[in-house]
Design a binder for this molecule. Structure first.
Ligand SMILES: NC(=O)c1ccc[n+]([C@@H]2O[C@H](COP(=O)([O-])OP(=O)(O)OC[C@H]3O[C@@H](n4cnc5c(N)ncnc54)[C@H](O)[C@@H]3O)[C@@H](O)[C@H]2O)c1
Length: 347
């Protein structure tokens, strides 16, 4: 297979590229990235360039520096055609989308349409995988009744959020909106142009080689702060809960979709009800693993920050026989060990 991974220098992109490069030496993986993650978040370049350089060792990965918003760059990356596009490139931060809504829109919405159109022009048989987000449901998720416990909130009547959750008549943040535009366009290319598309509405995804900042990638950011004595700010009371997904389980789902006979699909994906953690519980877990606890300041809730988000993954389990294999604790430990081994990038 020829596979184009956009955003291939990011967390999801670099793991996807590696997965497909390793799973079959005959696969040819093309990675397209403009290395702008560090610029989006205003930090040093070590993060994206680390992943970019990391992929160099694979002979069947070609790296192309380019922008998903630029037709010439995307067309060059597609070359003589690709069987699959895994579209992970994005502006992934909520606060950055509030600060710069036009840039957020241009990358997440226009960039997605540009990739779809370039792929369609070459071949309607190309399979498109899209990294969507739980943020497309916005504050509708907060209409689910909650119970407040000592260190976390829990859903009262449901185990998780299904694909039936409404996306309308609520706040999303510009990020949630731009990702929803991309999500709808990907779905539309299946309806109108009969392309095979898989939309994965991801919740909190983590893994090795994640360079977290306060604005995005909170799991990695809390680990870095804990290990290197940096203060953190918790927006809200820290009882917010996420279902954490380890990135290998995500790439496995992409692979199952590509190799299945299922037509286009839309799936919520996350660790699910068995793999949830609140921010306060996460700090406890880190303290038990490292003996350290960062200095914590509390501030006001961020706009549209869902108090609990847990994916109902039953559709994915039924359709693709997928199940998250990595527990929250295993995922945290893997990332923690990786950060310890790569101190120079963080301390
Ligand atoms: N990580 C999560 O928890 C999470 C959750 C839900 C959805 N998502 C979505 O999944 C996708 C991947 O997330 P991630 O965590 O790997 O993010 P990431 O920031 O690690 O990776 C995104 C990559 O896209 C690249 N990029 C940004 N703008 C680009 C452009 N215009 N042209 C080419 N490349 C560009 C960046 O340089 C970066 O390498 C994103 O679209 C994000 O919205 C992520």
């Amino acid at each position: 297979m020829r596979i184009l991974v956009t955003g291939g220098a990011g967390l999801v992109g670099s793991h996807s590229a590696e997965f497909f490069a390793l799973s079959n030496p005959k696969n040819k993986v093309i990675v397209l990235d403009n290395l702008m993650r560090s610029r989006i978040f205003g930090y040093d370049k070590a993060s994206v360039e680390y992943n970019w350089n990391y992929l160099k060792k694979y002979k069947n990965i070609e790296r192309i520096k380019g922008d998903v918003r630029d037709d010439k760059d995307v067309t060059r990356a597609i070359g003589r055609g690709v069987d699959v596009v895994i579209h992970t490139a994005g502006q992934p931060g909520v606060p950055s989308s509030v600060r710069k809504p036009l840039e957020d829109f241009s990358i997440n919405a226009y960039g997605t349409l540009n990739v779809l159109e370039a792929a369609r022009k070459k071949s309607k048989d190309t399979i498109i995988i899209y990294c969507s987000t739980n943020k497309v449901y916005g504050e509708n998720v907060d209409k689910i009744p909650l119970q407040e416990l000592e260190k976390r909130y829990t859903f009262k009547d449901v185990v998780g959020v299904s694909e039936q959750m409404c996306t309308d008549l609520t706040g999303h943040t510009p990020y949630g909106v731009s990702k929803l535009v991309g999500d709808l366009y990907v779905q539309e290319y299946s309806y109108i142009y009969k392309m095979r598309t898989g939309v994965f509405r991801m919740s909190c995804t983590t893994g090795t080689r994640q360079f977290g900042f306060e604005d995005q990638g909170w799991v990695a950011w809390f680990i870095i702060a804990t290990l290197f004595g940096k203060p953190i700010t918790i927006y809200g009371n820290g009882k917010q809960v996420r279902d954490m997904l380890y990135v290998d389980d995500l790439t496995e789902a992409f692979n199952l979709f590509i190799n299945s006979s299922s037509e286009s699909g839309l799936f919520n994906i996350g660790g699910g009800p068995d793999n949830t953690i609140s921010l306060l519980e996460f700090l406890d877990e880190l303290e038990s693993l490292t003996g350290k606890r960062p200095k914590v300041k509390f501030a006001d809730w961020r706009p549209s920050d869902q108090k609990v988000y847990i994916s109902d993954t039953s559709k994915l389990e039924k359709t693709l026989h997928w199940k998250a294999k990595t527990s929250v604790k295993e995922g945290i430990k893997k990332l923690l060990d990786w950060v310890k081994e790569n101190k120079t990038y963080f301390s």
